[in-house]
Design a protein around this ligand. Structure first.
Ligand SMILES: C[S@@+](CC[C@H](N)C(=O)[O-])C[C@H]1O[C@@H](n2cnc3c(N)ncnc32)[C@H](O)[C@@H]1O
Length: 425
């Protein structure tokens, strides 16, 4: 009777025997390959090069075939392997001469280091292109790509979005808000559901509006407000001045709220509201005394807004805008990472003031709008997100806005809103 042990031993013998058989077969095959000699056309075919290329390599001394008695050249498998290695080195960016030096064991470490750096750059570029194609096919998120393009080439980014059928105003929202052209409409619908119920669409308060107005060195007769949102600043401007105001925005939800405010206060004769894209504001017959942009210039890009909107102001006219700014040059990692993706162009007040001067303005003043201005925006926003937590469960809108609030809490003092008052020079 066979014991269990005998059975195991027999099975082991069999498997060892079969392994040895396989091993020796593979070894024999390798040996045959090693000994195999190739005619030039066979060699060319096996490495995917032309016969002429191999003859050229012969001429350069990169390849040395053995001439047979019948005059034909033959090549060994070592020659084939050498060619394979050369092909890899070449696709790593090495010239034929550099390949030859490498194969002859003369390693130029500096040259190889440079080729490696270049190769890594090329791989990074290819990876970005690959990600773009995958994103365009809906196989991955477009967020990183939109952010990257907005950082390195914002004008091109928006122009490309317009070429894909978005209006210029929508392109701005894709670039800065939804960051996903495939899911843009759904994102904005959720976003508007949150904001339709809020009075402040950005940090600010009446006190900051009054303080900025005090820096304006004349009594304004006309004010153009850009990106007015639901019109809280519009109302403060109407109360604090006697100017005629044109309040503009592209969000009809916001303009509806503004219309209701204008009607409720009987201000129809002084305030007009219009749906106007900030990237295409018509040049007025009579240039504006004051242009007001509370928390909206970043959408066009502050530097572009400084340049483009200057042409709409009369000489000596005043441009007032508020913007999120850095208050430290050493933010916490989380805060830095958040703004690097949400507002990569965010600058310090000093940088913004210098940009204004370069664009042809005199800086009449700028000030920190303070903690209260931030809370005026973030507190109701947080409460609104709570109220919509069930309706918007799982949506990116909820995650994105919650993250912004968390960063606002964690990063107090590291960033904030600044108001700038500039005179057109
Ligand atoms: C951060 S909110 C500020 C709104 C308002 N000034 C406030 O502080 O409550 C930016 C505003 O710009 C508007 N906006 C976005 N893209 C725009 C565009 N291309 N042209 C005009 N307004 C735009 C938005 O609808 C929104 O009302």
């Amino acid at each position: 009777m066979r014991t269990k042990l005998t059975v195991i031993a027999t099975e082991l013998d069999l498997s060892i025997a079969s392994y040895l058989r396989k091993f020796s077969t593979a070894e024999k095959r390798r040996e045959r390959t090693r000994r195999r000699m190739y005619q030039i056309s066979e060699l060319a075919e096996s490495v995917g090069l032309s016969r002429a290329t191999l003859l050229y390599y012969e001429k350069l001394g990169l390849l040395k075939g053995k001439r047979q008695a019948n005059g034909y050249r033959v090549y060994s498998d070592a020659d084939r392997q050498r060619l394979r290695l050369m092909q890899q080195l070449q696709s790593g960016g090495l010239s034929l001469q550099e390949c030859q030096a490498c194969l002859d064991g003369k390693l130029d470490r500096d040259m190889l280091g440079q080729r490696l750096d270049r190769l890594e750059q090329e791989i990074a570029e290819k990876t970005r292109s690959r990600d773009l194609l995958a994103a365009l096919l809906g196989q991955s998120s477009l967020k990183d790509w939109h952010e990257e393009l907005e950082r390195v080439a914002p004008d091109l980014h928006r122009a490309w979005l317009v070429s894909q059928g978005f209006s210029s105003a929508e392109a701005g929202l894709v670039a800065l808000v939804s960051k996903d052209m495939n899911a843009h409409d759904a994102y904005i619908a959720g976003f508007m559901e949150v904001f339709s119920d809020l009075d402040y669409w950005g940090p600010g308060m009446a006190e900051a509006t009054r303080r900025a107005l005090e820096l304006v060195p004349f009594v304004p007769e006309t004010i153009l407000e850009i990106g007015c949102g639901p019109g809280m600043a519009t109302m403060s401007l109407a109360e604090a001045t006697t100017a005629r105001i044109l309040a503009t925005d592209t969000a009809e939800v916001a303009l509806d709220k503004l219309r209701a405010r204008i009607a409720a206060r009987g201000l129809n004769d002084r305030i007009e509201e219009q749906n106007v894209d900030m990237a295409a504001i018509p040049v007025p017959e009579r240039p504006w005394d004051v242009i007001w942009s509370k928390g909206s210039a970043y959408i066009l890009g502050v530097e572009k807004a400084l340049a483009d909107w200057r042409a709409l102001l009369r000489p000596g006219g005043v441009f007032v805008f508020s913007d999120m700014v850095w208050r430290t040059d050493k933010p916490d990692d989380e805060v830095r990472a958040f703004w690097a993706s949400e507002y990569p162009a965010m600058a310090t007040p000093t940088t913004r003031a210098a940009q204004a001067r370069r664009a042809g303005y005199r800086v009449l003043g700028h000030f920190d709008m303070g903690r209260e201005a931030m809370d005026t925006y973030y507190r109701p926003l947080a409460a609104r997100l709570e109220a919509l937590a069930t309706d918007l469960a799982g949506s990116r809108v909820l995650d994105d806005l919650r993250r912004e609030i968390a960063v606002h809490e964690a990063g107090r003092g590291q960033f904030g809103y600044e108001m700038f008052v500039l005179e057109r020079g």
